[in-house]
Design a protein around this ligand. Structure first.
Ligand SMILES: NC(=O)c1ccc[n+]([C@@H]2O[C@H](COP(=O)([O-])OP(=O)(O)OC[C@H]3O[C@@H](n4cnc5c(N)ncnc54)[C@H](OP(=O)(O)O)[C@@H]3O)[C@@H](O)[C@H]2O)c1
Length: 286
């Protein structure tokens, strides 16, 4: 079915990946990328008006406040974008019968579970970013049932500040790095996430899905950094493991926020690849 698809937050890391994949691969869909200037999702009247005018079949909401430490100081901004902004989109979706694809985070979990979190597990965020994203999830679910919610973690890719590019840059500059080895999760190549979101949205898959690259029961940031060094031909000994307690970060992070991939593997097994394969293909392309 040919859809008109609005992509909000189209200049963010995920937004760029979604727009470029839709533009490259889709001959049937019409893509309408919207920057924050085109559509500020915190403005309820503007959201209703703009989506009413465009009349898309699908909105892929890539707009978000994503500064985890910043959210501790700017709680109201994080909430305005990540919770109220999602509410505004959901309300317009009800009015104009729009299917909504939205993204959330592993940071809604407290990280105390020793195995990967499932879609239905209880969540207790440790920081304001996580709280604001949890607010968005709840707003969406309570307002409109025509939605797909994809929780993801540790995104990297072109067009956004991210751990993989930062580590690679420091390794190339010959710098020594200290990286925490006691926070476990799963890195996710943004292109893989975008491709999966588009397929799920095409299928009109509803409800919650977890999607990351496959890291089993999780890898630490330190292991990811070492793998970056190995792939890019640098000395992994440039990287020293440290503990979370040794660094100052405003926001508390979950220690083990791995997302379980059983559901997505049942629906789209070919879309899930290992974190090492994804990382290698990203770094070798650059
Ligand atoms: N990055 C990660 O590691 C990570 C991990 C887990 C989940 N996620 C989730 O994945 C999604 C995409 O993240 P991302 O890394 O692509 O984020 P990002 O690079 O920070 O992009 C977010 C985009 O949203 C835009 N935006 C901010 N406030 C807005 C508003 N009021 N109205 C409209 N647009 C607004 C930003 O515009 P400006 O450029 O003008 O600020 C930016 O283009 C988010 O839902 C995020 O919570 C990300």
């Amino acid at each position: 079915m040919a859809d008109k698809i609005v992509v909000t937050g189209c200049q963010g890391m995920l937004g760029q990946a979604v727009v470029s994949l839709l533009s490259l691969t889709s001959t049937e869909h019409e893509v309408v990328p919207l920057t924050r200037e085109d559509l500020d999702i915190t403005d309820d009247k503007q959201v209703m008006k703009v989506l009413g005018k465009i009349k898309p079949q699908v909105v892929i909401n890539c707009a978000a406040y994503t500064d985890v430490d910043g959210a501790e100081d700017e709680k109201h901004v994080a909430l305005a974008v990540n919770a109220r902004g999602v509410r505004n989109i959901a309300m317009a979706a009800v009015e104009h019968r729009i299917f909504v694809c939205h993204f959330s985070t592993d940071y809604i979990f407290d990280g105390k579970k020793k195995e990967p979190y499932r879609e239905w597990d209880e969540h207790w965020p440790l920081n304001y970013y996580g709280m604001s994203k949890q607010g968005g999830e709840e707003m969406l679910a309570s307002i409109w049932d025509g939605y797909l919610l994809i929780r993801t973690s540790w995104l990297y890719g072109p067009g956004g500040k991210n751990f993989v590019d930062t580590v690679r840059g420091k390794l190339e500059a010959g710098e020594k790095l200290k990286v925490v080895d006691d926070q476990f999760g799963a890195p996710t190549y943004v292109g893989d996430l975008a491709a999966t979101a588009i397929v799920l949205a095409d299928l009109r898959a509803r409800g919650r899905y977890h999607y990351t690259n496959d890291a089993g029961n999780g890898v630490s940031w330190y292991e990811v950094a070492r793998e970056i060094a190995v792939i890019t031909g640098h000395d992994p000994e440039q990287i020293t493991p440290i503990k979370t307690a040794d660094i100052e970060q405003k926001a508390e992070r979950p220690a083990h926020s791995v997302l379980g991939l059983q559901k997505i593997k049942e629906v789209l097994p070919s879309m899930v690849r290992s974190w090492k394969d994804a990382l290698r293909s990203y770094l070798e392309k650059k």
